[in-house]
Design a protein around this ligand. Structure first.
Ligand code: TIU
Length: 222
């Protein structure tokens, strides 16, 4: 079986059953005036990974493998937004409020959209998710099943919140999970480091981590 050089040990690649999941590379997390900034975060940390995420996406497209995008967002009537989530963190702009990029994290608003450099192309699945995890209250599980996917590569933001939550959900559902190290980021560098340690500890208890180069090379040459 082909392998991808990874931590804590080589990732056993199933070339016909792997997909990329790009988590929440949305303007609301990466641009001033969005949700991430309203929570008091330095969003420039997020924009810096865009070239690496792009390289990974292009590697999957070139290999003819599925790319799935997620967006954290809610219905305009807020019926899928628990008050406990709306009120959490006391942000300057709450989810659903009118901000400089439209209503914060609401489906269809400009700020909720994926960064233009990383925009989905025709045929790629886009999952709108009301939670931090991409399996909760979404069709992701059924879509992966219908495509015969058994392994998932993860990129996107933030490493310890939506990426780690989704990796844990996927791991419990039987998927082998591989995180692309330079293609994920946190507002807190120490949280990214800690999340990667938690994921890969105890013999890859949640999953593996590898460089973008190792992943792109692995899927290209398998
Ligand atoms: N996508 C995602 O991670 N949503 C968050 O709210 N993350 C934070 O780190 N705030």
């Amino acid at each position: 079986m082909p392998e991808i050089k990874a931590d804590p040990f080589a990732f056993p690649l199933k070339r016909d059953a792997i997909a990329l999941v790009v988590i929440d590379m949305q303007r609301d997390f990466a641009e001033p005036g969005g949700f991430g900034a309203s929570l008091g975060n330095d969003v420039s940390r997020i924009t810096r990974i865009v070239p690496d995420v792009k390289r990974l996406i292009e590697g999957f497209r070139a290999a003819g493998l599925p790319v799935i995008h997620t967006m954290e967002c809610h219905r305009p009537d807020l019926s899928d937004l628990p008050p406990a989530k709306r009120n959490r963190g006391n942000p300057a702009l709450k989810i659903g409020d009118e901000g400089p990029m439209g209503r914060v994290l609401i489906s269809g608003e400009p700020g909720t959209g994926i960064l233009p450099e990383l925009a989905p192309i025709n045929g790629e699945v886009v999952i709108e998710k009301p939670g931090k995890g991409a399996f909760y209250a979404t069709p992701l599980g059924e879509i992966l099943k219908s495509k015969g996917i058994e392994q998932l590569v993860f990129a996107g933001v933030t490493t310890e919140v939506c990426v780690q939550t989704t990796m844990r959900e996927a791991n419990d559902r039987g998927y082998e999970c591989l995180l692309a190290e330079e293609a994920t980021e946190s507002y807190f560098p120490e949280f990214k480091t800690a999340a990667i340690s938690m994921i890969t500890a105890q013999g890859a208890i949640v999953g593996w981590v590898a460089s973008v180069d190792a992943i792109v090379e692995g899927i290209a040459h398998a």
